[in-house]
Design a protein around this ligand. Structure first.
Ligand code: ADP
Ligand code: MG
Length: 361
């Protein structure tokens, strides 16, 4: 296992890139700790596979260096990097048995009978493949085949890292849930460094200790589930994580207050200090979970009009009109109908401010 560093890494597939839009990956510096469980989360096309392939050596970066334990591997081919990679679709030998598929990476490394037997059984047991070990892979379901691919990725204990590229895409939803948890357990048991790529926030947040969020070729934040939820460093993280995402309300700063579509909200001293002299596009970000609603005027509350109320069983999702803006609140319970006057409290400690999409307070 290894610590993986990316130094001033960037990648353009086209020669002579000119504008930022020509880059699949914009310049980044990152470190992946030895033994960590990481998720790389972002929408389709943001550069996740490119980044993974640069780490494994399938793609050579147009700029910057890749280091494993301080050693520069940028110019090494994949086979010299000691990485296991699992792809979206099964990559297995159909004519071989499940056992031989799992044993393949070990035999390649010169492992012998008894050692192979022990490790294959350990991996098969974790993935619930033991009953299939003697069967030919060709006769198995798509789910089972992908489990074999996962097993092949996890078979070698001495790899620098195991890279998963949306490996649960072909798996049915129920099994997906089980496998996600399984992979987390396996990480604890086998102590491999894992990087797991996905566009699914639930998958990323349940699997990983550290989630790296990407958009348009850029890493916008790396953090725990709680950090991404409570302190998004970028409006994209606020919007992409959560269901629904963070309210991002354009505002104009006027000394000690923020003007939200015509409604004035007092700023905390900290927010005032952070926003003093801010130039650019300012937004107030607040998660729907933190918006409070009442029906009588309260000190510090702002007037809003109920737009819609949906009872979702475990909670109520309400939309309000606040000045010219729309704001969502996730409430335990709300008896109200559209058109009613309400008073919303946006707690200052839960109100984050963004200038040109980056958090300032
Ligand atoms: P993701 O895995 O997040 O969906 P990718 O890394 O596959 O994203 O793609 C990032 C960007 O690079 C996309 O705009 C994609 O079209 C482009 N891209 C990916 N692979 C190639 C390639 N081999 N040649 C040219 N452009 C590519
Ligand atoms: Mg991809």
């Amino acid at each position: 296992m290894a610590r993986i560093e990316l130094r001033e890494l960037a990648h353009a597939y086209k020669p002579n890139p000119a504008s930022p839009a020509d880059y699949a990956l914009r310049p980044m510096d990152m470190e992946w700790k030895d033994g960590g469980a990481y998720a790389l989360l972002g929408p389709s096309g943001c550069g996740k596979t490119t980044l993974l392939n640069i780490i494994s050596g399938l793609v050579k970066p147009s700029h910057g260096r890749v280091l494993f334990d301080g050693k520069d591997v940028t110019d090494l081919p994949p086979e010299s990097r000691n990485i296991a990679q699992v792809f979206q679709f099964p990559v297995i030998y159909d004519t071989m048995t499940v056992f031989d598929n799992l044993a393949f990476p070990l035999r390649n490394r010169g492992w012998k009978g008894a050692e192979i037997n022990k490790r294959v059984h350990q991996v098969a047991e974790m993935l619930e493949l033991t009953p299939d070990l003697k069967h030919r892979a060709s006769g198995l379901s798509a789910d089972a085949k992908q489990k074999i691919s996962l097993g092949r990725g996890l078979a070698r204990p001495d790899v620098a890292a195991v890279l998963f590229d949306e490996p649960l895409t072909v798996i049915d939803p129920h099994l997906k849930w089980l496998l996600r948890r399984k992979l987390k357990e396996i990480h604890h048991e086998l102590k491999l460094s894992l990087i797991y790529v996905t566009h699914d926030q639930v998958e990323a947040l349940t699997f990983a200790d550290q989630v790296v969020v990407m958009t348009q070729g850029e890493v916008v934040q790396a953090g725990s589930a709680q950090q991404l939820f409570e302190e998004p460093a970028h409006t994209f993280v606020g919007y992409f994580i959560g269901s629904p995402g963070m309210n991002l309300l354009p505002c104009r700063i006027d000394g000690a207050a923020a003007d939200l579509g015509g409604v004035s909200l007092p700023l905390s001293p900290a927010a005032q200090a952070a926003l003093a002299g801010a130039r650019g596009d300012v937004k107030l970000g607040i998660r729907p979970e933190f918006v409070e609603c009442g029906f009588v005027p309260q000190p510090g509350a702002v007037p809003a009009v109920v737009q819609s109320v949906r009872d979702l069983g475990t909670h109520t999702l309400a939309e309000f009109r606040l000045g010219g803006l729309s704001i969502a609140a996730k409430l335990r319970h709300l008896e109200a109908s559209a058109g009613e006057q309400a008073w919303l409290t946006l707690p200052p400690e839960r109100s984050l401010y963004y200038v040109d999409d980056k958090r300032v307070a």
